[in-house]
Each structure stands twice: as structure tokens, then as C-alpha cells.
Write a protein that binds this ligand. Structure first.
Ligand code: BGC
Length: 809
């Protein structure tokens, strides 16, 4: 083994006098004689040597027959005239053991490995630490980043980066270096079980500066295009894996049933079928087509989250004890019958778990309060403690064979003391615990619980077997360190091209009076609104930092920049607050909406502060269901004065427009389109057609937080499934509906054009029912929304019947 010794001169420059380094091998776990020879020597860095110069020393290790676990030979250094920074350890890697043999079946490798593990090693594998988090209660607990040797001493199974937990220099390369740096410590343990590093790449590898950022799931749901979602997720996987990270805490299969929830934008839809479909596509894009693909350099393991009931909790039940219950709805209680729970909250997990073999599942922070069935009398049960959910439904029912990872400090919310939290979690079916700063106490507590017989060793073995199986499938034993082949592709033009297409496909055209859209490329434009030229606002939360932030925090193109690029001949006046005079001949393009937030803090009525990038608590604007007054004023100003106006709502939830609709010629639900504002410009100017459809019903009033397709009294401004197209430009007539119905009837049910034909029928129906000032009448809205659900469920006949019925009367 060769050890490199580097000279660092304080403040740079060259050495003033000679430095002599004496070295010798010491006593580690390797056997002197059999494994290595004792060695020593002297290195001299003569005066005048430049800082950064290196010399090498060699330690001879012996080839031994037969399998062995890893062994160490420490190398001691003593220097005259210099301080020794780090000590060196030579590791003779584990070799020739069955679990290291890639030719053997996965299960055989895992059994072999498990048979060699101590209880401490097993408990370590069940523990995940955050790289830069300190235990709030135990001051003696040091952060991983400050003392990464804990990775070896505790034999940790995993380390994560929470939202915004980036290396100091936030580049793709620094991420790979950081993860490899942690991984290095696993080499010191006898079995050398690699870490599986995890991150939230929930809309691209968003923590990394310069990575491609895709629309959040709210917008992806609107594309109705699973193939596109698969492609987007594949790019996300490639960028994530390139930085040495094989595990993503995505996709969210949350079904946001109340848009007051601050995580609404993480939800593909309010409709469970659409969530299931898109979730499976995302899982496939991340993981590839089967366990065999997990080891590829452009794939990662997916985590479907957060089972069960997040997005469906009751407003007012939110209860994050660490923030004194400041969250009105996040982490709250889902009150439900068994049947509704399965139909709405759990159904989306089937396709990802059973068909796509999702590697991990994360339970929700929220609780489930069943109103019937055997658990009806139990009151609210935290998902993290819910054995019927995690073991019964997921593992035994769906046959889930990956592992269950807790949410960040999630087990703390289980009622009871620490020991009870730990054992309840593991006994309910939890396999690996995300214990950001409390990781050491988790290992000691779990050890005690097992030794006391309160957690069965078989349960521990089952958990560890699940974790190790995924590590083997991910190819980590063969390639623990980052494969940097694709590092240069992070944020590449090709990847941004995919994000741009996705941004275009996610735009939903709600209203287009007088066919204002698409815009002519050479028209005078008056662009206004605070979200027109703000990259951070159009990207949203989970970007660079946990909560996200306004402004240019990463690389990308704002909507305004996109407009300038797509329509270079247009004469563009930009005035965010519309204070510049408006040319009455111009077309107004007003981009308004929300500023970034993420979980809890994004709840309507939630905390009016958030963390800034330096972790300070800073005030943030209140979250509401309505377009803010300032935004409304800009809309009014521009729409009153310009010849015509287009309004884009860039937001993480649909926003109530008040009576603004009548003054607006064209209205676009932009969701959170991500880093490629060019995609938004593409649809505005007709470089791509509008094809998006609402994935969440658009409310008429602020009281309609809980507004979902199929509601008994469904009166949205625009229904689920609504979306105009700019492909058909003539004014529709009643007979168009008849013609469209006839066209559907003329083909067999399994005709490949069916979706398109039903879509044409929907277009004809939409054009007839919408009122320019008041939106869509309730009856028509109900039929259109339910028709889209029928279509998603493959019942074309029902979709056609409902659409035709929408125009009756
Ligand atoms: C969120 C999860 C996320 C985890 C790790 C939690 O606060 O609820 O969705 O995966 O943090 O960052």
C-alpha cells in the first residue's frame, strides 16, 4: 500500500527549513508477519519545498489465501518542525468472502453477510444520520461532518443530506467528494458494508447548485404524460447518481385533498389513480426496469412517501411538537374509514411497490384515526407506529420487499419515551431510522431493547436483510465510491431540454378569450408581476435550501428571460410592479403567485417565518388561498391598460382569483415550472402547444381548500381535468361535440387514438361551457372532472357519456 504524505505550509509559499518525517507501522487488526511486514522510514521535505508537495511511503502487505474480513495497519507519523494533521491507516480490504462475490445470487450474499454481523453491526445498519445535524438534547453528540469516524465506530447504514445540507462549495464535484469522504470511513470496518447515502431529489437534484430543476409534481401531474415523468425522473436519477448518491427520497405519492396543505405541490394530484400512475412512472424512471438496473450509473433507488394519509389530514389537526403545533395541517390526523383510506390514501402505492419494486417506503408524520374496522377504538395512530399499515398492509399485503425508512426525527412523534419510540417503530415494521442528530442514541437504545427481549432478533435480522439486499442490488459492494462518469452532465443542455419540455407540458391554459394565446412573436409586450423574473419563485421549495428562497440561487432561465429568448423580435417592457407606463397597444403578460416554502411552513395559516440559508429564522409572507393584494393590483393595473392581457399564476397551489377572472383575457396555471422558464415561453408563443390539464381542482373561494373531483357539491372555478388547447383555434359550435362523440364511437375501445379523441371531445365541451367572467358552471365542472377520472381509469365509454352530459341543457 502506498501512503501519500502532503506538506502544507501555513499561509502557502515554501518551507523555511527542512522538515523530517519519521514513520512506522503500528498495531492494528492485521497480523504482523502474516498480513504485513513491520516497516519504518524517514521522509525529508527540504527547505524551499513548495506547499502542497507530496512524498510517498510504502507498507508491504502479504497475499493470504482464503477469505478474510478487512484488517488495519495504522501508520504513525512524527515530524520535526511540523505538526502532523491526520494519521494514516492502511486497510487490507475484505476479500474472497461469499458476500463479496458478484456472481452469487443476491440472497446468498446477504445471508452470508448477515451471518458474519454482530448485533452492534446490525443495529448500525438500521441507523441513518444527517451529515450536519446536532442532537438537540445531547450536547456530547457530535455532528457526522465534524467527526465522520462515527460512521465506522457505529457502523452506520446510511447518512443523508436533509434539505439544503450541501457541502460548503456547492458544486456537483464537491458533493461527490463529500459523499466519498464519508464512504471512506466504512472501509475501516471489518465487513466494509458501504453506506447508502440519501437525498431529496424531489424535482431534480435540487440541493445542488447548477443541477437541472424540473417542475414540481403538481405540474408533472398536469402533463398527464407518464412517459415524460419517467424521462424526467431518469434524468434526476442520472444527475443524483453522478454525485455519488444512490438513493432518492422521492417520489411523493401524497394525494393532496386539501390545498391548504403546504406540500400540495409535491402531490401529483388530488386523484389517487393519477398519483398511482405518475408515481409508478417516476419510480421506473429513477430505478430502471428491475432490480438489475439499480446498479447502473444513471439510476437510484426510489422512496415512495409518505404512507399513509399525508395530504388527507384534517385542517387544524396539524401537530409538530417540535414547533409547538404551529403547523395547521401538516403532520396532522387523517380521519377515515378503512375503505376510504385504502381507496384514496393507499391505492397509489400498489403500482410503485408491486409493479416497479420501489426500494424504500417512508411513512408519514401524520396519524390515522380509523372510524371503522378493528382499530376504530384506538384513536389516532402515528403512521410510524402503525403495525397494521407498515407490516400488515405494506409488507404482508402488498408484498413489499424493500425497507421502510422513517421520516426525519419521525419516531420522536410516537407517544412515549425514547425506548418506547424505538421499540414501537421497529416492532411496527420500521427497518431504518432517519435520526438526524440522535443517531448514536438510537443505536444504544435499540441495542438495549433487543438485549432486553423487547425487540426480537428475528425482527432485526429481517430489517437488516432488507437493507443489505438493496445495497447489494445497488452494486455498492462493487462500487462504493462515486462513479463520476456523468458528473459533467449535471445541468447539461440536454437535461435542461427535458426540463424545458416538461415545463411546457405542465402549463394549463384555463381561459383563452379571443384566442389571445399563442402570442405573436413580434407584438409589443408589457411583462409584469413579481414571478416573471424570479428564478427562486418559479422553482419553489426543496431547492438549494429546504424551504427554497426568492432570487437567483441557482442556474436557470426565468420566464422573462425565456420570453426574450423565444421572441427576440418582441419589444418587451418589463416592470415587476407595473409602475412603468403601459403602452395601450401592448399585450400584458403578468406573472404572479407565491414565494417559496416547503412542508409545514407552507400550510395556509402556518408559521409566518422560515429559515434563511444561514439557518436564521426570518419573517416570510403569510400563506393564503388567495392571490395576494399586491399581485392583484399589478393584474388590475396591466389588464386595465394593455390592449389584452395574459395572467400566469406561478404557485405551489391553485390560488383564488376573486373577481379578477373577468378582466383577464387568458389565464395560465403555471404551477412551479422549475429552472427552465423557456418552456413557459414556448407555450405562450406557440413553439409548443398547451396540453396540460389541472391535476388539482381550481377553487372559486378561499373556503374551498377541500375541493376534490367527485365531491357531492363540486363547484370549482375550473374543474379537475380542465385545460384548453392552443392547437384548435376556431370557435367551437354545439355540433362539434356531436362530431367528437361520433368520432369516438367510430373506433373500438382499445384504439390507440382513444385518448386523443376523448381529448378532442373535451376541448369541444370546454369551449361551450365556460363563462368568461364566472368560470365553469358546477354541473359541467362535475361532469368534466369525473370524465377525466374515468379516462384515467380506462373507462372511455363513461368518460364520453359524462362529457356529452356536460353540455346538456
Ligand atoms: C420530509 C421528508 C424528507 C425528509 C428528509 C422530512 O422533513 O418530510 O419528505 O424526505 O425530511 O429530508
Amino acid at each position: 500500500a502506498t501512503v501519500t504524505v502532503r506538506l502544507d505550509v501555513e499561509g502557502g509559499g515554501t518551507l523555511a527549513r527542512d522538515v523530517t518525517v519519521r514513520w512506522s507501522t503500528g498495531v492494528g487488526t492485521a497480523t504482523l508477519g502474516a498480513d504485513h511486514a513491520a516497516a519504518s522510514g524517514t521522509l525529508v521535505f527540504p527547505a524551499g519545498t513548495a506547499s502542497g508537495a507530496t512524498q510517498e511511503l510504502a507498507v508491504a502487505t502479504a497475499a493470504t489465501d482464503g477469505g478474510e474480513t478487512a484488517e488495519t495497519v495504522p501508520v504513525q507519523l512524527v515530524a520535526d518542525g511540523a505538526a502532523v494533521g491526520t494519521t494514516a491507516t492502511v486497510v487490507i480490504d475484505a476479500h474472497d468472502l461469499p458476500y463479496l462475490d458478484p456472481e452469487l445470487p443476491v440472497a446468498e450474499r446477504v445471508d452470508d453477510l448477515l451471518s458474519r454481523m454482530s448485533l452492534e453491526a446490525k443495529v448500525g445498519q438500521m441507523t441513518q444520520a444527517e451529515r450536519n445535524t446536532a442532537d438537540e438534547e445531547d450536547e456530547s453528540q457530535v455532528k457526522i461532518d465534524e467527526d465522520p469516524s462515527q460512521i465506522a465506530s457505529l457502523q452506520l447504514g446510511s447518512v443523508l443530506s436533509g434539505g439544503g445540507s450541501a457541502p460548503e462549495e456547492n458544486t456537483p464535484e464537491a458533493w461527490a467528494d463529500m459523499v466519498d469522504g464519508y464512504q471512506l470511513w466504512t472501509r475501516l470496518t471489518p465487513l466494509q458494508i458501504p453506506l447508502v447515502y440519501g437525498v431529496d431529489a424531489v424535482h431534480g437534484h435540487g440541493n445542488v447548485r447548477g443541477a437541472t430543476v424540473f417542475p414540481h409534481n403538481l405540474g408533472l401531474g398536469a402533463t398527464r404524460d407518464p412517459a415524460l415523468v419517467e424521462e424526467v425522473s431518469h434524468v434526476t436519477a442520472a444527475e443524483t447518481r453522478a454525485t455519488g448518491i444512490p438513493w432518492n427520497f422521492a417520489p411523493c405519492l401524497c394525494v393532496a385533498r386539501d390545498t391548504r396543505w403546504g406540500r400540495t405541490y409535491e402531490s401529483f394530484s388530488e386523484d389517487p389513480t393519477l398519483v398511482g400512475l405518475m408515481g409508478a412512472a417516476a419510480t421506473r424512471g429513477l430505478q430502471g426496469d428491475g432490480a438489475g438496473d439499480l446498479a447502473d450509473r444513471d439510476r437510484v433507488m426510489a422512496t415512495v412517501k409518505h404512507i399513509g394519509g399525508d395530504g388527507d389530514t384534517e385542517y387544524g389537526s396539524g401537530d409538530d411538537p417540535t414547533r409547538e403545533g404551529e403547523y395547521p395541517i401538516d403532520q396532522g390526523v387523517t380521519v377515515t374509514s378503512e375503505e376510504d383510506f385504502e381507496r384514496i390514501d393507499l391505492a397509489p402505492y400498489g403500482p410503485s411497490v408491486q409493479e416497479e419494486d420501489a426500494g424504500a417506503v417512508m411513512p408519514s408524520y401524520s396519524s390515522i384515526d380509523r372510524t371503522d374496522g378493528p382499530l376504530a377504538d384506538e384513536g389516532p395512530i402515528k403512521a410510524h407506529a402503525d403495525a397494521a399499515l407498515l407490516t400488515g398492509y405494506l409488507k404482508e399485503g402488498l408484498g413489499f420487499d424493500g425497507f421502510v425508512i422513517s421520516d426525519y426525527n419521525g419516531i420522536d412523534q410516537i407517544p412515549g419515551d425514547r425506548a418506547s419510540d424505538v421499540r414501537t417503530w421497529v416492532n411496527a415494521g420500521g427497518d431504518m431510522a432517519m435520526e438526524p442528530g440522535d443517531f448514536a442514541s438510537f443505536t444504544t437504545t435499540l441495542l438495549e431493547e433487543v438485549r432486553a427481549g423487547r425487540v426480537a432478533e428475528e425482527r432485526v435480522d429481517d430489517a437488516v436483510r432488507r437493507i443489505l439486499t438493496k445495497k447489494v442490488e445497488l452494486g455498492l459492494f462493487e462500487q462504493p465510491f462515486a462513479d463520476r462518469t456523468n458528473l459533467g452532465d449535471v445541468g447539461s443542455a440536454e437535461h435542461r431540454g427535458v426540463a424545458r419540455r416538461a415545463a411546457a407540458a405542465s402549463q394549463v391554459l384555463l381561459k383563452n378569450d379571443g384566442q389571445v394565446l399563442p402570442l405573436a412573436g413580434d407584438a409589443p409586450l408589457y411583462v409584469a408581476g413579481r414571478n416573471a423574473d424570479d428564478l427562486g419563485n418559479q422553482i419553489g421549495g426543496w431547492s438549494i435550501t429546504w424551504q427554497g428562497q426568492s432570487g437567483e440561487h441557482t442556474e436557470g432561465t426565468t420566464v422573462l428571460e425565456g420570453i426574450r429568448e423565444v421572441a427576440p423580435d418582441a419589444e418587451v417592457t418589463f416592470s415587476a410592479d407595473a409602475s412603468a407606463p403601459v403602452d395601450p397597444e401592448s399585450t400584458g403578460v403578468v406573472v404572479v403567485g407565491e414565494t417559496p416554502y416547503s412542508e409545514g411552513f407552507g400550510d395556509v395559516g402556518g408559521p409566518q417565518w422560515a429559515y434563511d440559508p444561514a439557518d436564521n429564522e426570518v419573517p416570510r409572507e403569510p400563506k393564503t388561498m388567495e392571490l395576494r393584494e399586491e399581485d392583484r393590483a399589478v393584474v388590475d393595473e396591466v389588464c386595465e391598460q394593455a390592449a389584452r392581457c395574459v395572467v400566469l399564476v406561478v404557485s405551489g397551489r391553485p390560488l383564488v382569483l376573486g373577481d379578477a377572472l373577468g378582466d383577464v383575457d387568458a389565464l395560465v396555471a403555471s404551477a412551479l415550472p422549475g429552472s427552465e422558464g423557456g418552456g413557459v415561453a414556448d407555450v405562450l408563443f406557440g413553439a409548443a402547444p398547451f396540453t396540460g390539464q389541472l391535476s388539482h381542482s381550481w377553487p372559486r373561494t378561499a373556503e374551498q381548500g377541500e375541493l376534490n373531483v367527485g365531491d357531492e357539491e363540486y363547484a370549482p372555478l375550473f374543474p379537475f381535468g380542465w385545460g384548453l388547447s392552443t392547437e384548435a383555434t376556431r370557435t367551437p359550435q354545439e355540433q362539434d361535440v356531436e362530431e367528437a362523440v361520433a368520432a369516438v364511437d367510430a373506433v373500438p375501445a382499445d384504439d390507440p387514438r382513444m385518448r386523443e379523441l376523448v381529448g378532442a371531445l373535451r376541448q369541444a365541451v370546454q369551449a361551450l361551457v365556460a363563462d368568461p367572467a364566472t368560470g365553469v358552471p358546477a354541473r359541467a365542472a362535475d361532469r368534466i372532472a369525473r370524465a377525466d377520472v374515468a379516462l384515467l381509469e380506462g373507462d372511455h365509454a363513461e368518460a364520453v357519456r359524462l362529457l356529452a352530459d356536460a353540455v346538456e341543457e
